[in-house]
Design a protein around this ligand. Structure first.
Ligand SMILES: N[C@@H](CCC(=O)N[C@@H](CS)C(=O)NCC(=O)O)C(=O)O
Length: 265
């Protein structure tokens, strides 16, 4: 049992003090879902290896009553395996499988594209000692200078917003991705949005985006866990002439979404 109901979590922060990493965000929600208090160890990219006593170069990592657990998925599995009497993050293996599908789709549809739209801001918002490393590692990853990657983002943002329709249509019918209550699927997805919110110096979604209700409810969970003052507003993107609509105003009536209610005569 976690000592005093507290689990230590190694955070990954930027200069605003907000958590950057989507995986740390998901882990924060997971720990609170399981009813634990979090003993947060702040820090940036520089010195992760030192902070974790040589155990890891990546975060999150937790220490649960002296036991180190690395990797956000391992942490979620550890929490469910060790504390099955507390609310489950993934009630059965199918939740893990479908969460992985949704998360992979979300990153391919939006998160990688948003990341490039804010990649120079990401570097500039990093802790001063991290900025050279972020520049070098992200330019290598994406194969271009950060200012080139970020340029022209105003033209790209509407299409990225439009691509999120599958998530909107699911959340029109379900209160949470977990059903009646949030589960690890919600936390993985909100973790990705909060990552973007930590660097999105201009809004990425329309003020009246149908996702807003779910995003706001996620942020309010666990005493406003997703409400750090260093985060940027996600909502307020304006329509752009000639660009795709930011979201579909009429619900999809294709066979995929429309229930067959029998012959219409
Ligand atoms: N599969 C790992 C991924 C962790 C990961 O890549 N974390 C990033 C932050 S988002 C990191 O620590 N990066 C260190 C670096 O880029 O040097 C998990 O889910 O925990």
């Amino acid at each position: 049992m976690a000592e005093g109901n507290v689990i230590t979590l190694y955070d990954l922060n930027i200069a605003t003090g907000a958590t950057l990493s989507p995986f740390v965000w998901a882990t924060k929600f997971a720990l609170r879902h399981k009813g634990f208090d979090i003993d947060l160890v702040p820090g940036g990219f520089t010195g992760i290896l030192d902070r974790t006593g040589g155990r890891s170069e990546r975060l999150p990592a937790i220490v649960d009553n002296g036991e180190w657990v690395l990797d956000s998925w391992n942490i979620a599995e550890h929490l469910d395996a060790k504390y099955p009497d507390r609310p489950m993050l993934m009630a059965h293996e199918g939740v893990a499988a479908s969460t992985k599908v949704i998360e992979r789709w979300l990153w391919d549809a939006a998160i990688w594209h948003w990341m490039k739209c804010f990649i120079k801001d990401y570097r500039d918002l990093s802790l001063p000692q991290d900025q050279d490393y972020v520049t070098r590692s992200r330019e290598e990853k994406f194969g271009a200078p950060l200012d080139v990657l970020q340029a022209g983002r105003e033209e790209r943002l509407p299409g990225i917003s439009a691509s999120l329709e599958p998530l909107r249509s699911a959340l029109r019918e379900h209160r949470w991705l977990g059903g009646a209550n949030p589960d690890y699927t919600d936390y993985r997805v909100i973790g990705a949005f909060l990552f973007i919110s930590s660097i999105s110096t201009i809004p990425v979604l329309a003020a009246d985006d149908p996702l807003r209700d779910w995003i706001e409810r996620c942020c309010d969970l666990y005493d406003g866990l997703g409400r750090h003052p260093g985060l940027f507003p996600l909502f307020g993107l304006e329509e752009r002439p000639g660009a795709p609509d930011l979201f579909r105003r009429q619900p999809d009536m294709s066979g995929l979404s429309k229930r067959n209610t029998g012959a219409q005569g």
